[in-house]
Ligand binder design. Sequence first.
Ligand code: NAD
Length: 296
Amino acid sequence: MTTIGFIGLGIMGGPMARHLVAAGHEVTGFNRSPEKTRPLVDAGGRAAGSVAEAVDGADVVALMLPDSPDVEAVLDGEDGVFATAKPGTLVIDFSTIRPDVARDLAERAAARGLRMIDAPVSGGQAGAENATLSIMVGGKADDVGAARPLLDAVGRTVVHVGPIGSGQTVKAANQLIVAGNIALLAEALVFLQAHGADLPAAVEVLGGGLAGSAVLTQKAQKMLDADYTPGFRIDLHHKDMGIVADAARAAGVVTPVGALVAQLVAATRAAGDGGSDHSALHRTIAGLSGEATGRP
Ligand code: NAD
């Protein structure tokens, strides 16, 4: 049994923390909006009123926060994890943040006698709820080994992809592929609809061939129903396309298709869909062909 402080109990962190309780660990959760600790308490965990309280006595601190500045503030802010965790504590950052920020924070953690790995996830809300996430892990082999039982409790495909920051690099590639997939699925549905095709039949047969994908399986029906309840918010995918663009530039490579899709994600956000699921890219793409699917 491990004592875990879990910070960030949103769409992903909430169910992940509960799976850790179910696996027999002692989990104390903290979230900025305190009502989100309720399901954790109902599942047998504890609620903390601050980061320091969640970290108190923990062997492992897990984070599932929106963006790089959030992770930096919780780790290195006043009364944050770096200031309050006991030496040797292992920090597992499940959030999707910039790879360079992950490396920098791990150095600062090491300077305070703490250990840190980056472990961003893929698989969406369903993956978090069913503990079937793909987890791309960056860090030292010993630290990844120590985290392994906890990673296995929330994920199904857990792969150590390299040193600290590598998990975030692989996750950026993941987000590039997912955004492109969603954009092309949306275009295909608009195209099929314009031809008066039998859409459920078309989706079924497309799903069985090379066009089939997890994106098609999880998102096609949402698009057909214009149900853009998150899921994964456009705001977060916008953040991730920025990470892709910066990391590609840093490596001296180009992502031209990704750049176009990033603009469509940004347009979706600018039109008021930042809080909608990333399947709302469909609404923007339908609008380009003059089809209105209704704005929130
Ligand atoms: P979310 O907004 O639902 O959850 C984030 C939680 O963090 C919120 O409950 C918020 O109140 C809390 N929070 C923010 N700042 C805080 C702070 N300073 N202290 C304490 N709590 C704070 O977001 P999410 O969808 O769970 O995503 C979390 C991370 O996981 C993001 O980096 C996202 O890119 C990534 N991710 C999300 C999905 C998905 O499908 N939703 C999939 C894979 C990865």
